[in-house]
Design a protein around this ligand. Structure first.
Ligand code: PAF
Length: 311
C-alpha cells in the first residue's frame, strides 16, 4: 500500500502490483465480493452514488475499489485532456465518505508502459461510431481499452457505471458479453441537481450564464418525457422547442444531436413505434439522448422513454 490518506480509511494505491496484493484476499471464491467503480476523478455526487451502490452490493466485508485515471486514449487531439480537472485529495475524501476501501490512481506510465501507448486496443465497432462516436472519433476504442485493462487489474465481481453515459454503458455491456469478461455490469441512474442539471465533472467549466444555457438539455429531455402521451413526434418536437428557445437567449447552445435511440445497440429509432417499412418496433424501450456544446464545454444527457406509451 502506498499510504493511507490522512485520517481517512481509504487507501491510495498507485501500482498494479500493490493492487494485486490488496485484491488477493477477496473474490467470489473467498466469499468476499469485489466491486470496481471507474472514474476519471473530479468526483461528485454522481460518483458517490456509484460508490454507495457498490458498497451495498458487496456488503461490509467486500472490497470497493475506485479507479481515478484520466485516460489519454479516449481524448481526441482537440479535446480537453490537459484541462480535465485533477483533484485527487478531494477525490480521496469523497471516495472514503461514499464507502470506498481503495482508490487506485495509477500514472499514465503504469497503465500504458512505454512511449508509444498500447499497440493492441479494443475496437468498439460500428456501435462506437454513432452519436458520441461520430463526434469523437476513436473515443470509445480508448474507453473500452482502458475499461478492459482496469477490469483485468481490479478483477471485480461487479463493476458499476452511470446511465448518464448511456452509449458507454451499452458498449461496456457488449464488450463484457462479446469478450466473455467474468463480471456483472450494473447501471446506476443519473444524479441531477435540484434544477434537473445532470452532474458531470465538466459542469465546473461553465460560467453561470453558460450553465443557464446548458440547463436546456435536461429541460428538453423532461419536456419530451412529459409529451410522450402525445406520441414520439410530439416528444421530439417538445425537446427541440426547448433547445431552440435556449439558442435565442444567453450563450449559444450548439446541439450536436438529439435522437431517440435503441439502448441495446445505439441505432436511431424512427420516431413512430414501428419502423419506416411498417414492421413492428425493435424494442419498447428507448433512450432520448442529447449532446451540445456551450462555450468550450461539451455536455451530454439522456432520459429513458417507454415506447410502449407512444402511439
Ligand atoms: O466514464 C468515465 O469516467 C470514463 O469514460 C471511464 C469509464 C472511467 C473510462 O476512462
Amino acid at each position: 500500500m502506498s499510504r493511507t490518506a490522512g485520517k481517512l480509511g481509504v487507501r491510495l494505491v498507485r501500482s498494479a502490483a500493490e493492487l494485486r496484493a490488496v485484491n488477493a484476499p477477496f473474490g467470489r471464491d473467498a466469499d468476499r465480493l469485489r466491486a470496481t467503480v471507474m472514474t476519471m476523478g473530479a468526483l461528485h455526487a454522481g460518483h458517490a452514488a456509484l460508490i454507495g451502490t457498490a458498497r451495498e452490493r458487496v456488503g461490509p466485508d467486500g472490497l470497493v475499489v475506485v479507479t481515478v485515471f484520466v485516460n489519454p486514449l479516449q481524448f481526441g487531439p482537440s479535446e480537453d485532456l490537459d484541462r480535465y480537472p485533477r483533484t485527487l485529495d478531494a477525490d480521496l475524501r469523497l471516495a472514503e465518505e461514499a464507502g470506498a476501501d481503495v482508490v487506485f490512481a495509477p500514472s499514465v506510465e503504469e497503465v500504458y508502459p512505454g512511449s508509444s501507448g498500447p499497440q493492441v486496443r479494443v475496437a468498439a465497432g460500428p456501435m462506437g461510431e454513432r452519436f458520441e462516436g461520430a463526434h469523437r472519433p476513436g473515443h470509445f476504442d480508448g474507453v473500452l481499452t482502458v475499461v478492459a485493462k482496469l477490469l483485468h487489474l481490479t478483477s471485480p465481481d461487479v463493476s458499476l457505471f452511470g446511465q448518464k453515459d448511456a452509449q458507454q454503458l451499452a458498449l461496456i455491456r457488449r464488450m463484457v458479453t462479446d469478450l466473455n469478461f467474468p463480471v456483472e455490469i450494473l447501471a446506476v441512474p443519473t444524479v441531477r441537481e435540484s434544477d434537473g442539471m445532470a452532474l458531470s465533472s465538466r459542469n465546473r467549466f461553465l460560467s453561470p450564464a453558460e450553465r443557464e444555457s446548458a440547463l436546456a438539455l435536461s429541460r428538453a429531455l423532461f419536456a419530451a418525457r412529459d409529451a410522450v402521451p402525445g406520441g414520439a413526434d410530439a416528444a421530439l418536437a417538445a425537446a427541440r422547442g426547448v433547445l431552440e428557445g435556449a439558442a435565442q437567449l444567453g450563450p449559444p447552445l450548439i446541439v450536436d444531436y438529439l435522437a431517440l435511440i435503441d439502448p441495446a445497440d445505439f441505432t436511431e429509432l424512427t420516431s413512430r413505434a414501428g419502423s419506416a417499412d411498417g414492421s413492428a418496433p425493435k424494442t419498447s424501450e428507448a433512450v432520448l439522448a442529447v449532446a451540445a456544446r456551450v462555450g468550450s464545454t461539451r455536455l451530454i444527457d439522456n432520459v429513458p422513454l417507454s415506447l410502449g406509451a407512444l402511439r
